[in-house]
Design a protein around this ligand. Structure first.
Ligand SMILES: [Zn+2]
Length: 503
């Protein structure tokens, strides 16, 4: 039995025959069996319709790099800090130790609750496809994605050296670099179990963690495995100055050169961030047809520029991701535009058309998917519907510009994947939102209590304004809960700065 329905758009960003999308007005997107059957100006008869007067129907957003747990475990903890090594501290002092602690102390149910809350945020923000890179809990993560209905690329970290820390001198510390490969077996098991499941809504990618944490044997093994499985790879590349230093010291080449040397670069690799790549490295990425995924907000919170147009302007296939920070894809597109305009001092840099293209069709191209990121007959019916009738969007002159520069996630009225409503009238359709929020938040709060007890978070991490050079006068911080005094301080430059990964 076929199932047809239609979605009305006062504006529809539709294309035909793979050509650049154009705005159609007063059109209906007709969906049949999860695919787009046609885009027509005539109101369809005899099938259910979804009709909001000022709807803007776009291809579902393709979010190419994210960490749901990072977003939740560090919400409100990472902003408003002045530090000497912002990228290093953010990643190696905060994100990774808290991620490791979550793996250690949260039960499977709690882990699942955290992932569910993160994915609900993603879906309600308009992303229909998510590339999620994560540390552990494969079963919980894939199962939640399946239940909530996301189109999901799950990628478990693979490391050579997973024992990461941060010294009191402000240096990243690495465990013994061995030839041991951690995580590839789990990735293979996940691939076997999930890849292609749910009518191919679920896929598995390989995720060597970074150029500094993965040795050449591991990177070559990842490439071989990806070739055998025919799957995507994703890695963090040149995300901190110390990563560059370490790779140069150990291998005598810069990070992108090192990845090329190990055979990793190419159209099946999505390299996240690349903010410390020099121009020669960017040329290597362009020449090898490697994708760069730019996540501007994750770095702007610590004062670093990650301008989308720096990569796209070099002819590199550049796409967008929310990187586990404020997982609102529309405002990430906006940030990509703003960061580029600031970086180049040019208001014309990264315009609305450009960033929407990066967030839809080009994102799909990075995944090797011609059936995603476009509204045309035969494509998967993955749609994001924005309600442009809201007061703060009036009047609408250029819908695409209004979308990028004025809309936020609260204006997303519906998201559909394979023609199925995940969100409709702003409400989650595939789960109990209140319950997901309650359980997810409780799990994170449990983690924070333990992190404070172990001294991973000091009082200042609980106070949004603490620690910075521009600290305003504050009342003294609240005392730690009784019986849970921090065991050691982790102030930058403090005497007990080492955050070792607990396992
Ligand atoms: Zn990341």
């Amino acid at each position: 039995m076929s199932s047809s329905h239609a979605v009305y758009g006062r504006w529809v960003l539709a294309s035909a025959g793979g050509e650049a999308p154009e705005l159609r007005t007063d059109a209906w997107v007709v969906v049949e069996d999860g695919l787009i059957a046609e885009v027509t100006g005539e109101r369809p008869r005899g099938i259910p319709v979804y009709e909001i007067p000022d709807a803007f129907v776009l291809p579902g957003f393709v979010n190419c790099h994210n960490h749901c747990s990072s977003a939740l475990l560090t919400r409100g903890l990472t902003e408003d800090r002045s530090t000497g090594n912002p990228a290093e501290e953010l990643v190696y002092r905060i994100l990774m130790p808290l991620g490791a602690l979550a793996v250690e102390i949260l039960s499977d149910r709690e882990m699942r609750a955290v992932m569910a809350l993160g994915m609900v945020e993603i879906i309600k923000g308009g992303s229909t496809t998510l590339v999620e890179v994560f540390r552990a809990g494969a079963r919980e993560t894939f199962d939640v994605a399946i239940e909530l209905g996301l189109r999901f690329y799950g990628a478990l970290y693979v490391f050579s050296s997973a024992e990461l820390g941060f010294s009191s001198e402000g240096r990243i510390t690495y465990g013994e670099a061995g030839t041991e490969i951690r995580g590839l077996d789990e990735s293979l098991a996940a691939h076997q179990r999930y890849h292609g499941s749910e009518d191919d809504r679920i896929r598995v990618a390989l995720a060597p963690h970074g150029a500094d944490t993965c040795g050449p044997e591991l990177l070559r093994a990842v490439r071989r495995t990806a070739d055998e499985l025919g799957c995507l790879m994703t890695i963090h590349l040149a995300q901190s100055a110390q990563e560059v230093e370490k790779v140069v010291a150990e291998h005598g080449m810069r990070p992108a050169e090192y990845l090329e040397h190990c055979g990793l670069l190419g159209p099946r690799l999505i390299a996240a961030h690349c903010i410390y790549c020099n121009d020669e490295e960017l040329e290597i990425l362009r020449r090898t047809d490697t994708t760069v995924v730019s996540c501007p907000r994750t770095f702007s919170r610590v004062g670093l520029s990650a301008a989308y147009a720096r990569f796209a302007g070099k002819g590199i296939r550049t796409v967008l991701g929310t990187d586990g920070y404020n997982m609102d894809f529309v405002t990430e597109m906006r940030a990509a535009g703003l960061a580029s305009k600031l970086h180049f001092g040019d208001g014309g840099a990264a315009d609305a058309h450009e960033v929407v293209e990066a967030g839809t069709r080009r994102g799909a191209a990075a995944l090797g998917r011609e059936d995603l990121g476009r509204i045309e007959p035969g494509a998967r019916a993955d749609l994001t519907v924005v309600d442009m009738g809201r007061p703060h969007l009036q009047p609408v002159s250029d819908p695409l510009r209004t979308m990028v520069w004025n809309v936020d996630r609260a204006d997303v009225a519906a998201t559909l994947v394979d023609g199925r409503y995940l969100v409709r009238d702003g409400a989650l359709q595939t789960g109990d939102e209140r319950d997901i929020v309650r359980r997810g938040a409780a799990a994170v709060e449990k983690l924070w209590r333990e992190a404070r007890a172990r001294g991973l978070l000091d009082e200042r991490w609980q106070v949004a304004w603490g620690g910075g050079r521009h600290r305003p006068a504050l009342s003294p911080p609240a005392p730690a809960p009784r019986g849970r005094q921090p065991s050691r301080s982790l102030r930058p430059g403090g005497d007990r700065g080492g955050v070792r990964r607990r396992r």
